[in-house]
Design a protein around this ligand. Structure first.
Ligand code: GTP
Ligand code: MN
Ligand code: MN
Length: 605
């Protein structure tokens, strides 16, 4: 053991010796003052919350307003995922592909070795074992993260099954993902800590072959809760490719029709395109029921019954706060009434939280996400646009009782969607799995005013996985084609659809009301699966026949309804040219099936 580290809590006796040795090696390198093995108990959680309040990292909210809830304010430079600092360091550059940052693994290891040397001095290193998926499920996978951030431990405790039960699952032959995290802010003896330690230098590094994740310099969730994007998407997409299953940036929901038949749906939309909203949908059509299984990540594998079965590997929701209000997502509002950790939202004068879109009425005075006085005249928003809530899944009133079924739920439909002001119709059904993979591969979202780049410019986000694939993007597509072929052999392939809630009229307004009205589209999807309604061919696939979706009930005029499906051949032809350029970037790995589907799309224009 290191000369400096004193154990506050030792490794449990049942800890696999490989983990104990690995923890010792990381401690040797990072030189923490203390090491604590986390057991995931309620007492441990409360102690860490209390310590974080004492340290100023968390502010306890008014218990009369929001019981057992806390606010964290990050360093203003540490508020989002850092895609430019995220690396897939595969042995061969070609395995990372054209859409990922890559560096030679040996070179990256040298860089990180230097950074992690002594990085935890003056701090506590927490050892955090976790299970992604129900403990003991055949679809679940295990990992251990070490971190010097109590905020990250608390967050991981909400987002995963964390602690002794997960550790007990790891035997001498169990695969587990080692994840190392440091905020990169060692303390000199006697030096005072800051409330949100981090470092200007940031690295989020994945080694797909050895399954390792190394994260330095950030405590923001997407960079630091390594179980989530790092493991459950980037490393998992590599493991899934080798083992024949799918890691997807998708929500999971269960929808039951008035006749009592239930369907399970997986839907992949890019970040900030409505997954959490859709997962917690309250249908506007009477007699229909939607229940939540997951809001961000799905792991899907062919089950013993031949069907595609999916689990939500997470145990909580890390949702975008702004825009979440009673009128858009009442289920989320009820879910976060207590026992929630908020990050970078505004604080009200009576000790509660607020953000843009929470209420129609804007408070006369707030403390903004940076701790400054704020009034409605202030120039910047009170809450950071990427402010978040972190809350356990069981607090969600719409959670399905099967959400943590170890066998997973059988998937009937897969949906892709993006934010598209033009061209893409409200809904279309793929002609077959191969066409559906083409829909996923060519998925794009328009840049909003908030993002860099030209407004309305297309950003390709294939399978909503652009920032989250641990493999060459074209290999990811080929893998989906392979999985579909196996499902098709036994007639078990789910139907694939594409949706777009964001099409706009010439006047710039959304043509479709969205949110609870999206239930009409969801209902149509289930009716297509049941073969109860007809559909007509379009360049995008099969679209609804007149009368199969009651748009008038949703408050949509006939003119707007037609505009939602309008085909502009010149615009589509320009988009097909853009797709050509994008597909060419994939190089020789581009699957023939995708090229075939693209040719077909052109021929249908
Ligand atoms: P990540 O958690 O970052 O992966 O994103 P997400 O896909 O869960 O996004 P989220 O559900 O938080 O959606 C964020 C934005 O989409 C908010 O601005 C919502 O108001 C908006 N949104 C969601 N559903 C709809 C809809 O049906 N119509 C419209 N117009 N906006 C929507
Ligand atoms: Mn996401
Ligand atoms: Mn979300």
């Amino acid at each position: 053991m290191t000369a400096t580290a004193t154990f506050v809590r030792h490794a449990p006796e049942n800890a696999d010796s490989r983990i104990v040795e690995w923890v010792e090696a990381i401690a040797e390198m990072t030189q923490p003052d203390r090491i604590i093995w986390c057991d995931g108990s309620a007492e441990e959680r409360q102690r860490m919350l209390d310590e974080s309040v004492a340290a100023g990292t968390l502010i306890k909210l008014n218990p009369a307003k929001r019981p057992n809830s806390y606010l964290a304010r990050s360093n203003p430079s540490d508020v989002a995922r850092v895609e430019a600092r995220t690396f897939i360091c595969s042995e061969d550059e070609d395995d990372a592909g054209p859409t990922n940052n890559w560096a030679p693994p040996a070179e990256m290891r040298e860089t990180l070795d230097a950074l992690f040397q002594g990085a935890m001095r003056g701090r506590t290193m927490y050892v955090v074992p976790f299970s992604m998926g129900p403990v003991g499920s055949p679809l679940a996978r295990l990992g251990v993260q070490v971190t010097d951030s109590p905020y990250v431990v608390i967050s991981t405790g909400i987002m995963t099954r964390m602690g002794a039960d997960a550790l007990a699952q790891i035997g001498p032959h169990t695969e587990w993902v080692p994840a190392v995290h440091s905020v990169g802010a060692p303390l000199l003896p006697g030096e005072d800590d800051v409330v949100w330690p981090c470092n200007e230098t940031k690295y989020i590094v994945h080694y797909p072959e050895s399954r390792e994740i190394w994260s330095y310099g950030s405590a923001y969730g997407g960079n630091a809760i390594l179980a989530k994007k790092g493991f459950a998407l980037r490393i998992a997409s590599k493991v899934g490719e080798e083992e024949g299953w799918l890691a997807a940036h998708m929500l999971l929901l269960k929808v039951t029709n008035p006749r009592g038949r239930a369907f399970h749906v997986a839907a992949g939309f890019p970040s900030a395109c409505g997954k959490t909203n859709f997962a917690m949908l309250r249908p506007s059509i009477p007699g229909w029921k939607v229940e939540t299984i997951g809001d961000d990540i799905a792991w899907m594998a062919q089950g013993p019954d031949g069907r595609l079965r999916a689990i939500n590997p997470e145990a909580g929701f890390f949702g975008v706060a702004p825009g979440t209000g009673y009128s858009t997502n009442p289920t989320a509002i009820e879910m976060i009434a207590d026992d929630t950790v908020f990050t970078n939202v505004a604080l009200t004068d009576d000790g509660d939280v607020w953000w843009e879109g929470l209420t129609k009425e804007v408070p006369a005075h707030l403390t903004d996400w940076q701790g400054r006085d704020w009034t409605p005249d202030s120039e910047s928003p009170a809450a950071h646009p990427n402010s978040r809530f972190t809350v356990a899944a069981h607090q969600c009133h719409s959670i399905a009782d099967t959400w943590d079924d170890p066998a997973g739920v059988p998937i009937d439909a897969i949906i892709f969607g993006g934010r598209r002001a033009t061209n893409v119709p409200l809904v279309a059904q793929a002609r077959d799995w191969e066409h559906g993979v083409y829909m996923g591969a060519t998925l794009a979202s328009e840049r909003t005013a908030a993002a860099e780049g030209t407004l309305g410019e297309l950003r390709r986000d294939p399978f909503a996985m652009l920032p989250f694939s641990g493999v060459h993007m074209a290999d990811h597509w080929q893998h989906w084609l392979n999985v579909g072929e196996k499902l098709n052999q036994s007639g078990n392939a789910p139907q694939i659809f594409q949706v777009n809630w964001f099409r706009r009229g010439c006047d710039g307004r959304f043509l479709w009301p969205g949110f609870s009205e999206n239930s009409r589209v969801l209902a149509w999807i289930t009716e297509r699966i049941e073969e109860r309604v007809d559909a007509v061919e379009s360049p995008f696939g099969l679209v609804p026949v007149e009368g199969s979706i009651d748009y008038a009930e949703a408050g949509v005029s006939e003119k707007d309804w037609e505009a939602l499906f309008e085909i502009d051949p010149a615009a589509l032809s320009a988009e097909a040219d853009d797709t050509d350029v994008f597909l060419t970037r994939m190089g020789p790995k581009l699957p023939d099936a995708v090229v075939r589907q693209h040719d077909e799309f052109r021929s249908r224009l």
